[in-house]
Design a protein around this ligand. Structure first.
Ligand code: ATP
Ligand code: MG
Length: 559
């Protein structure tokens, strides 16, 4: 995306691409995003999506969405649907280029027979345990299997019978015949196919043998004429195998190049799908789109914008070495975008009644208030003012401490866009709790400015009691307490128990009435909030997207 204002220097992948254009190696950029449909996409995937689709847009090429569905055991249609929705929501489109590794099962099988015929693959009948023992270590070479010398004919026959379902799961595997003494363990006759009786969500029971990722991936790339196959650093040691597969299948239409970049890591965040699945299955969160999750669908529900996530991905850039990004940078990006785009409204989360004794009981006045001081084109809205208002409980103190400048007996404050009011007393119930704060207002300060130029030390937000919308507000905080939740061993032990606070009855100004899910607001002085996707008309639910400032460093788990 060329959305940055000042041109930045090329990242190392762009340098490779531009070099390939210069030398004529490629005339087109074709990338792919290859998720395994075994979970929801997270912010790390978002980084990869922005990179792959972004490069295609930047160079006028295309980016394929390819489901890497070679492992039938863990894959589900629900995940595939969610992945498509998330990529679209982020603002990218694969157009007609939606593919599945399973589309290539027959070709992958035929290519495997080709490898057998060229004596580049053999059927091994060692047990999984024995294969592991034969593999060797980083310092010791592996040992060849006693089945490695089977004839081409025998291998072909066995492989066909594997495919025909004649053998039990695990009875045989197909292995590449490369080099058991290779210093790279991935090159020690890696397994290409295993027998696995499992119904595949797309191919059903057509197959009882399934290709391994390291075999299916390069071939899928080559079949789709991917020019630059971008993956994360842990695949660096797999690259020789990637190239081996392509080099030994001369019928493939293209020779893609694998390029590795550093995966996105975020502090305070767990990103592995396996761990996210545990959070969901063991009900530590309310589903994959619980707003505390680092998934794209959770961010969406929480009120993050695609623009903010794309800007974050751009800001993070592409690195060649592992690093950890501060999650505050993502939150900063969200604030930055919402500050420009979210309309301001007034909401009171913990209401305290204010009665303005010298204001007529029957009157309602309407004040114009700017929707967004950052954007005049956003216009204004009308906010009702009346004798009875709600303010925040913590905007009043009966006996103010020294540094407390908000409302207190005898003190004057500004009610945003309305009037100056002065506290004249309080009403208490039998338990001694304050039930009302009594005030008088100064009619000369209409609109929030005094003709004599006096300026109260505090400006409060407020909501007219008779006009308020009652709503539920969910305050979300980080799901984990420590910066690296996985370091202490059990990441579940690090869950922040205060990561969700539900306020069942907050008060909202009436302009928000009828707001549809995913509408985002700034609640003045409180933060950014979004209408929850499961909200119903009568009692809307709002999720806090992010506070106005980074409060985490002060251990603020409260509003
Ligand atoms: P996880 O390790 O979280 O389970 P995965 O790598 O197994 O994720 P895939 O569905 O295989 O998940 O990933 C699809 C694509 O997204 C791959 O190209 C992968 O390299 C990329 N990807 C996954 N996690 C990250 C990350 N943290 N940063 C950047 N890219 C990532
Ligand atoms: Mg993977």
């Amino acid at each position: 995306m060329s959305t940055t204002e000042t041109p930045r220097s090329l990242n190392f992948i762009e340098e490779i691409i531009e070099d390939d254009f210069k030398t004529g190696k490629h005339t087109e950029v074709v990338t792919r995003f290859p998720p395994e449909p075994n979970g929801y996409l997270h912010i790390g995937h978002a980084k990869s999506i922005c990179l792959n689709f972004g490069l295609a847009l930047e160079y006028g090429g295309r980016c394929h969405l390819r489901f890497d569905d070679t492992n039938p055991a863990k894959e589900e249609q629900e995940y595939a649907d969610a992945i498509k929705r998330d990529v679209h929501w982020l603002g990218f489109d694969w157009q007609e280029h939606l593919y599945h590794a399973s589309d290539y099962f027959q070709q992958l099988y035929d290519f495997a027979e080709h490898l057998i015929r060229s004596d580049k693959a053999y059927v091994d009948s060692l047990t999984a345990e024995e294969i592991r023992e034969h593999r060797g270590t980083l310092t010791e070479p592996g040992r060849e299997s006693r089945f490695r010398t089977r004839s081409v004919e025998e291998n072909l026959d066995l492989f066909r019978r594997m495919r025909a379902g004649e053998f039990e799961d695990g009875a045989h595997v197909l292995r590449a015949k490369i080099d058991m003494a290779s210093p790279n363990i991935n090159m020690r006759d890696p397994v290409l196919y295993r027998i696995k009786r499992e119904t595949h969500h797309r191919t059903g029971d057509d197959w009882c043998i399934y290709p391994m990722y390291d075999y299916a991936h390069p071939i899928s790339d080559a079949l789709e004429s991917i020019s630059h196959s971008l993956c994360t650093l842990e695949f660096e040691a797999h690259r020789p195998l990637y190239d081996w597969c392509i080099d030994n299948l001369p019928m493939l239409p293209s020779k893609p190049r694998q390029i590795e970049f550093a995966r996105l890591n975020l502090n305070y965040t767990v990103m592995s799908k396996r761990k996210l699945l545990r959070l969901v299955q063991e009900k530590h969160v309310n589903g994959w789109d619980d707003p505390r999750m680092p998934t794209i669908s959770a961010y969406r529900r929480r009120g993050y914008t695609p623009e903010a996530i794309r800007a974050f991905a751009e800001e993070v850039g592409v690195a060649k070495r592992e690093n950890v990004i501060d999650v505050a940078l993502l939150e900063h990006s969200v604030r930055n975008h919402l500050n420009k785009t979210a309309n301001r409204v007034m909401a009171v989360l913990r209401p305290l009644k204010v009665v303005i004794e010298n204001y007529p009981a029957i009157e309602t006045e309407w004040f114009d208030s700017p929707n967004n001081p950052e954007d005049a084109s956003a216009g204004t809205r009308r906010v009702p003012f009346s004798r009875e208002l709600w303010i925040e409980q913590d905007d009043f103190m009966e006996e103010p401490s020294k540094k407390y400048f908000r409302l207190a007996p005898g003190r004057e404050v500004r009610l945003r866009s309305a009037y100056f009011v002065t506290c004249t007393g309080v009403v208490k119930n039998d338990a001694g709790e304050i039930t009302e704060v009594l005030c008088t207002y100064d009619p000369a300060t209409r609109g929030g400015d005094a003709p004599d130029g006096r300026k109260p030390k505090a400006t409060l937000h407020w909501v007219s009691a008779g006009d308020a919308i009652d709503c539920e507000v969910r305050l979300y905080d980080r799901l984990f307490r420590s910066e690296f939740p996985e370091d202490a061993g059990d990441f579940l032990a690090d869950i922040n128990k205060d990561s969700l606070e539900v306020i069942p009855h907050a008060k909202l100004e009436p302009s928000v009435k009828g707001a549809t899910p995913e509408t985002r607001y700034q609640f003045e002085r409180l933060g950014y909030f979004v209408v929850d996707s499961e909200t119903t008309g009568e009692h809307p639910v709002f999720n806090r997207t992010v506070t106005l400032k980074d409060t985490w460093s002060k251990v603020a788990t409260k509003g």
